[in-house]
Design a binder for this molecule. Structure first.
Ligand code: GRF
Length: 188
């Protein structure tokens, strides 16, 4: 049995989608949701799905050793960042080398880095008159939106596209491809 843990800070639509995908298949188990946001849809979804939640105490991850103990106890095979807004501490990256992946709602290296999250990304893309955007799934390093790219998928931007309409297109791509790439990464 492969064991995955999902980190998130926001609405948690990817987390729930990943959970649902693997609950219909054998061999992969979502053992834990991890968050820094006590009041979030991410937590509401965890409660509804019956997934345990670990709360990160603060921005400096002062309870990181408890988290690492738990991740090891669960025999975590892969950590999946799905809308997780804090920078992952180096100690966690060192403990889980090539076992942490993130999804970003643009075609990195374009529109990545600090402050580039959520609707900010789509606003910047639309403003810069790009003809395509898309999603990137990549390994996590100590820098924001850096690390080896595992997968990208693009979508076209229509002349009347808004940041909101683009965000909906991107979300469809994320929900379609993220579980597949997680599965592939687990078995490679
Ligand atoms: C997604 O767009 C993802 O690419 C980005 O954060 C968003 C999370 O959305 N990293 P949700 O919380 O899964 O709905």
């Amino acid at each position: 049995m492969k064991n995955i843990v999902i980190f998130g800070s926001g609405s948690g639509s990817n987390a729930e989608n990943i959970f649902s995908y693997f609950s219909l298949r054998k061999g992969v188990y979502v053992s834990l949701f991890v968050t820094n946001k006590k009041n979030s849809l991410f937590v509401d979804r965890a409660r509804r799905l019956g997934v345990p939640v670990f709360f990160i105490a603060d921005k400096s991850f002062s309870n990181i050793s408890d988290l690492i103990l738990l991740l090891n106890k669960n025999n975590t095979d892969l950590i999946v960042l799905a809308g997780f807004l804090l920078k992952v501490p180096l100690v966690l990256i060192d403990c889980f080398k090539n076992k942490i992946i993130n999804i970003h709602p643009s075609l990195l290296p374009k529109f990545g880095g600090k402050g580039m999250y959520g609707i900010n990304v789509h606003n910047a893309v639309v403003k810069s008159n790009e003809s395509v955007s898309g999603i990137t799934i990549h390994y996590v390093t100590e820098k924001y939106d850096d690390g080896e790219i595992l997968f990208q998928k693009s979508c076209s931007i229509l002349p009347n596209e808004t940041a909101y309409s683009l965000s909906k297109k991107i979300q469809l791509l994320e929900h379609k491809f993220f579980p597949l790439i997680i599965e592939k990464t687990l078995y490679q």
